[in-house]
Design a protein around this ligand. Structure first.
Ligand SMILES: [Zn+2]
Ligand SMILES: [Zn+2]
Ligand SMILES: [Zn+2]
Ligand SMILES: [Zn+2]
Length: 193
């Protein structure tokens, strides 16, 4: 299935499919759960984006200048942050660089995420892991270790109900606005049947 993905996606999908992190056959469980909002701001002058996690009961709406940027609130949605801990080896994967997980509804086949959504069957879900800087000026996104553990966790979770899931880092996305879908707020995924 994965082997037929367009060539430019291969390197990342190798990460997603993952080699072993170690000899342990990790059994991930959720820990350090924090509920809050994914808040997105944009700079009107250069178009850059940034996002942050807010645990405030109401997401902050601000306009402020910072160096050459003029940041303004673009929107927010409910999200949940968590880390993953292995029951077998007690290893912890820090997912602090994940501000949200969003079901991709991308239909743009020129987008790597859109191509993946198109290629996967209707029983498969593609989630985008959102990092704190969705315009990626430094190229940094969610760690490959984090993406690998998220895939292992959600696959194990959804296999019994016959659903497949792939989690990809948000830098694979052409336009985070077009790729946007529903955000995961329930880490138990009880709403996915
Ligand atoms: Zn382990
Ligand atoms: Zn700017
Ligand atoms: Zn990213
Ligand atoms: Zn897309």
């Amino acid at each position: 299935m994965i082997a037929s993905v367009a060539v430019r996606g291969e390197r990342i999908l190798e990460n997603v499919e993952g080699g072993a992190m170690g000899p342990c056959n990790h059994e991930w469980s959720i820990c350090n759960v924090r509920h809050g909002y994914f808040v997105e701001e944009g700079c009107f002058e250069c178009g850059a984006r940034l996002s942050f996690f807010s645990a405030e009961p109401v997401p902050p709406i601000d306009k402020y200048r910072e160096g050459r940027h003029y940041w303004a609130y673009l929107g927010s949605f409910q999200t949940v942050k968590f880390d993953l801990k292995c029951r077998a080896c007690a290893g912890i994967v820090d997912l602090n660089d994940v501000n949200g997980l969003m079901l991709s509804e991308c239909t743009d086949r020129d987008c790597q995420v859109g191509a993946l959504v198109h290629q996967q069957g209707p029983d498969s879900l593609v989630y985008v892991a959102l990092c704190p800087n969705t315009s990626h000026p430094t190229g940094k996104c969610v760690s490959s270790e984090g993406i690998e553990a998220l895939n292992q966790y959600f696959r194990a979770k959804l296999a019994p109900v016959g659903r497949k899931v792939t989690i990809v880092p948000c830098k694979l996305c052409n336009s985070i606005d077009k790729c946007r879908g529903t955000s995961i707020v329930d880490v138990g995924l009880t709403d996915i049947q």
